[in-house]
Each structure stands twice: as structure tokens, then as C-alpha cells.
Write a protein that binds this ligand. Structure first.
Ligand code: HEC
Length: 152
């Protein structure tokens, strides 16, 4: 029993201490010249879907949930956000070259269709990101229309 209490004690101390390790949750300012939704003048209804389903990981407009402030959960969340932004950042769209833009549009449509995006683990915590079939179709069509237009 004593050993067990000792373990609990030290565990709690460690959890308390790691809260002091800083996690950078600042969002970079949005530059409308390179922001996806400004460049394409995305309709409001599509913007809303993007915002609730993709922006937390693929933009500089991340909204951090309360549990994102508790280490070590916060580290895991920040890691996902960094990784998501590295792959695709809608806020910095115009900085991508033509090939990258094309593959991002294609992969976005593909990942929404195959239900691999938004990430299932994220949906479990954010019910609003659990897109309906109609919302998925709308978003996929939107990406595919841009692709077809050849203007991206
Ligand atoms: C919880 C965070 C999260 C959310 C929400 C999310 N993604 Fe992702 N996304 C990631 C991560 C992490 C990766 C990179 C690893 C991987 O491919 O699984 C990624 C990869 C991608 C890629 C692949 C990029 C490449 O390199 O080809 C595309 C495209 C993409 N996401 C689109 C979307 C779209 C569109 C949405 C919204 C409908 C979305 N994602 C929602 C985290 C997220």
C-alpha cells in the first residue's frame, strides 16, 4: 500500500510540474492575400464547413479546447496541429506552388470522401465536425470545381 501511495504521490508531482512547460498556442496573424477563402471568395456555407471541420488543424485560426491546456494532452494536440499545418495550411494557401495546390485540392476531396478527414479522433471530441453526407458532398464538389476550373 505504501509503495502504491508513493507512486501516486510522485505521479501527481510530475503531472503538476509538467504543466509549467510552455506550449505555444499563439496563432499567426491571417494575411488575406494568401488566405484560401479570400483568394477564392469561398461562399459562406462552404467556409463554415471548412471552419468547423478543418481549421483547427489546417489553418492559423485554431481554436484550442479547454483540455488542450492540460499537459501531456496539450502536447499531443499541439503535435497534431503542427503536423496538420505542415501538410496543409489554408491560411497560407497562396504560398504553395501550382503542383502542391493541385495535389492539396485532390487530396482534400479524396480524404473527405474516404472519411479519413476530418480525423476520426477529432470528430469524437468535436461533434460539429462530424459532417453530414450533404456537407461532405458540398465540400468535395467545391474542391473539384476549383480543380476543374484550372484556376488555383
Ligand atoms: C485533428 C486535426 C485534423 C483535422 C480536424 C483535419 N485534419 Fe487533415 N490532416 C491532419 C494531419 C495530422 C495530417 C497529416 C497526417 C495524415 O495524413 O494523416 C493531415 C493531412 C491532410 C491532408 C494530406 C495532405 C498531404 O500532404 O497530401 C489533407 C488533404 C487534409 N488533411 C485535408 C483535411 C480536410 C479537408 C479537413 C477537413 C474536412 C481536415 N484535413 C481535417 C490533421 C487534421
Amino acid at each position: 500500500m505504501k509503495t502504491f501511495l508513493n507512486i501516486v504521490y510522485w505521479f501527481l508531482i510530475v503531472i503538476a510540474l509538467i504543466q509549467f512547460i510552455p506550449v505555444d498556442r499563439t496563432n499567426k496573424p491571417i494575411d488575406q492575400k494568401i488566405n484560401f477563402v479570400s483568394v477564392f471568395q469561398t461562399p459562406k456555407n462552404v467556409q463554415e464547413i471548412l471552419k468547423k471541420a478543418c481549421y483547427d488543424c489546417h489553418s492559423n485560426e485554431t481554436v484550442y479546447p479547454k483540455y488542450a491546456f492540460v499537459a501531456p494532452i496539450s502536447w499531443s494536440i499541439k503535435h497534431h496541429i503542427n503536423e496538420g499545418r505542415e501538410h496543409l495550411n489554408f491560411s497560407e494557401w497562396a504560398n504553395y506552388n501550382q503542383d502542391l495546390k493541385k495535389s492539396m485540392l485532390e487530396n482534400s476531396a479524396k480524404s473527405i470522401k474516404s472519411y479519413s478527414m476530418p480525423m476520426p479522433g477529432y470528430i469524437a471530441q468535436h461533434s460539429e465536425a462530424n459532417l453530414t453526407k450533404a456537407e461532405r458532398v458540398l465540400l468535395v464538389n467545391y474542391f473539384e470545381e476549383i480543380l476543374k476550373s484550372g484556376k488555383y
